[in-house]
Design a protein around this ligand. Sequence first.
Ligand code: NAP
Length: 280
Amino acid sequence: MLLEGKGIADRIMLELSSAARDMEEKSGSRPRLDLILVGDDQGARIYSQAKMKRGKKIGCDVTLTELPEDSSMKEVSSIIGEKSLDPDIHGIMIENPVPKNLSISELADLIPYYKDVDGTGSMNQGLIVSKKEFLVPATPAAVVEILTTFGINGTVTIVNRSPVVGRPLAGMLLNRDYTVTVCHSKTPDLKKYTISSDIIVTAVGHASYFDASYFSPESTVIDVGINYVDDKVVGDVKFDDVSKQVKNITPVPGGVGPITATLIFRNLITSFRYQFSKRQ
Ligand code: NAP
């Protein structure tokens, strides 16, 4: 079966639009996300524009703060400090990637955890480990949405250990009683783990890296990879070959991506509700 993300993303968009309307009626204001874009990365700019469009559709305000490529940690930290104190800004997100002289993980830790809609700050990551999930990173949340919507259970191998994908996903799946193995570039004999798992999540960032020999006919493959080849987006999995052999697979584009872009706004509405409740 082809596990498409669009239907799930559309359903979540409707839920969020209704929640945003409801909150606006109660509070008299709209949830507002402030995106911080440092430098000239084209990918980061495209993602921020996409969020502005999606936010508008849902009924949230999205503002963009652009900072020059040569901004220092001190300068960006001071901007984050101002936005953190602004009661009209409910969510703050730093667009990835940032210029090499900046540390996105250090910057994320300056955002108050209840405005950290990217869910990558240490507090929100720790809350996953403590089984008290609050604002969870959108990509792992999208993978969880796919598995729960299609009712897919079993053992999981995640090929990624980054703070935006593999680590939080492992915690979130453990919280939902999945049995999880995490692999990475130093894992010897990767195929041994992928072929023997029911569910395999690939996020290595190498175009068409996984051929059919990594999977079994019973595999469910969730391809998180986004790679550009000749201006086309492809995943980590050789889709044409692998899709003929496995039980379930997500397409790229059209699988995890559309859900991820929507789930940032679920976090924004959660942040907004939390901040509104503290003011009552
Ligand atoms: P990252 O920080 O570079 O992490 C890549 C991970 O893959 C690392 O854990 C790395 O291992 C592992 N890896 C790399 N080559 C490998 C190999 N040959 N065998 C086994 N493991 C290998 O990247 P990221 O930010 O997590 O993103 C990963 C991919 O997901 C990218 O394609 C990115 O564009 C995509 N992504 C998609 C979405 C979406 O919404 N669909 C969102 C975020 C990211 P080490 O830890 O040992 O280096």
